[in-house]
Design a protein around this ligand. Structure first.
Ligand SMILES: [Zn+2]
Length: 464
């Protein structure tokens, strides 16, 4: 019988979302990453990934749930999972953005299954491969916002979401009998919040049966809520409640602290959040400083957004073909130049090159940890980074709620649910989905690995 089926492989109690929507033998899967578990994951930077066994290892380690029909038989080896070759499904995979918890395992998918990424995300992926941070295992297909892709009888229309990674998207998924909206990771306090709200309003013009929504901030561990505001957070609205920092507030704060400061400003940001690289360069220009990037960051900013910047060359043995172009065409700034006029610079420094800061010892400095690596407090490396900055005598500044910072605040989340006005809502990307305020929808708590039929906006077990 033709019906829309939804299967939540993972993501109903945290990160690493893998969900399928099928109609007859057509199937789409959205997102394909491993959960972010910095304190528990085996690939800690020391343990090497095995090559011929990498698909089998990923399944056995639980980095990817047991999704049938997506891996090559020869890669599954002796695992009993259904192979691509044996699968009756016509499958395509859609990735909402290039953060690892959404896409770290896509390289393992059979090359005949298209994996769709937004064209801006694809530029980033290719750049990461070019600079040697990602290996090229397979090709990917590009999508654009508002351009529908048909996978048999399932239509997928990506829309803009203001998550910091280039090409971040949500998906409107239409089968012959149902309409599903998957928000992707979403926030409304970035520098394009207005555009993000407009997109949601546009999406809501369709009658949505099922909303699958990023509910990260429902977890007390990930959003440090002010208990006095508890009720206000639950009320749908677009305001910024006290303590709900906007990205622009962070930039304004840094600008304010650096504009009359005679010392150096240093930022540690995340290389996949390309817009932040551009915005930091703009921030530096606003206060008459030159933004200086490490070569890989400068290359990413140039390849993704066409913006050239000054480069500082770390003292290490890394050489890459892309360095040649940077050396020819991008202005160099040396540590000596920074030492003689620290007030002229805003320097990007990544943890892997933290020893470069030794050249700047003796300067006054302000170090801003802006969602860069190491990502979270509690990681061993985070302490090492803080110690190093303390030894330099610099101010270390981070911002609250960082872990959930790129996800919608609870009142915005409630507003999103109100506007979409779906019959059923399912919370994903949250450890505490039960804290969600479903507003005008009925919340459903699916079991992972169970297949549900979606009919008239209601999910029910299909028995399969
Ligand atoms: Zn995520």
């Amino acid at each position: 019988m033709s019906e829309t089926r939804v299967k939540f492989y993972r993501g109903t109690h945290g990160m690493g979302i893998v969900i399928s929507v099928t109609y007859d033998s057509d199937r789409i899967i959205f997102d394909f990453g491993a959960p972010f578990t910095p304190l528990a994951q085996v690939y800690d930077g020391i343990v090497r990934q095995r090559e011929t066994n990498r698909v089998k290892d990923a399944v056995l380690l639980g980095r990817i749930p047991e999704v049938g029909g997506v891996f090559a038989r020869r890669n599954l080896q002796d695992l009993s999972l259904e192979s691509y070759e044996d699968s009756p499904y016509h499958t395509a995979i859609f990735i909402c953005h290039l953060h690892l918890d959404h896409m770290s395992e896509i390289d393992k998918v059979h090359p005949a299954i298209p994996v769709y990424i937004h064209e801006d995300g694809l530029k980033l992926q290719k750049t990461l491969e070019e600079i040697g941070w990602e290996k090229h295992y397979r090709d990917y297909s590009a999508f654009r916002h508002h351009e529908t892709i048909e996978v048999g009888r399932i239509k997928v229309t990506p829309f803009f979401s203001d998550h910091p990674c280039p090409g971040s998207s949500g998906f409107l998924i239409e089968t012959p009998d149902s309409v599903i909206c998957y928000s992707g990771d979403i926030r409304f306090h970035g520098t394009q919040a207005e555009k993000a709200w407009k997109e949601i309003e546009e999406v809501s013009r369709k009658k949505i049966d099922l909303l699958i929504v990023d509910s990260t901030t429902t977890s007390p561990s990930e959003f440090l809520r002010d208990e006095a505001l508890e009720q206000q957070y639950r009320i749908p609205g677009r305001d910024y409640l006290p303590g709900s920092l906007r990205v622009q507030d962070i930039y304004d704060g840094i600008e304010e602290q650096l504009k009359d400061f005679a010392g150096l400003g240093v930022v540690n940001c995340y290389p996949r959040d390309v817009r932040m690289l551009a915005e930091l360069k703009q921030l530096a220009e606003n206060i008459d400083r030159t933004m200086v990037f490490e070569p890989a960051y400068a290359c990413i900013l140039y390849k993704c957004l066409g913006i050239k910047s000054a480069v500082i060359w770390p003292d290490n043995d890394e050489t890459h073909p892309y360095h040649e172009k940077l050396k020819r065409e991008f202005p160099e700034v040396t540590a000596e130049q920074i030492v003689s006029h620290p007030e002229n610079y805003l320097l990007q420094n990544s943890y892997r090159n933290i020893l470069s800061l030794i050249d700047l010892d003796g300067l006054q400095g302000r170090y801003y940890h802006l969602l860069g690596e190491p990502l979270v407090e509690g990681m061993k490396e985070y302490g090492i980074m803080q110690n190093m900055i303390a030894r330099l005598g610099w101010q270390f500044r981070s911002f609250i709620n960082l872990y959930s910072f790129s996800h919608a605040y609870p009142n915005h989340l409630a507003e999103l649910i109100r506007v979409i006005n779906a019959k059923t809502v399912v919370a994903v990307h949250s450890k505490h989905p039960e804290n969600l305020n479903p507003v005008n929808s009925e919340q459903f708590f699916p079991r992972e690995g169970c297949q549900y039929v979606l009919k008239d906006g209601r999910l029910s077990e299909s028995g399969k």
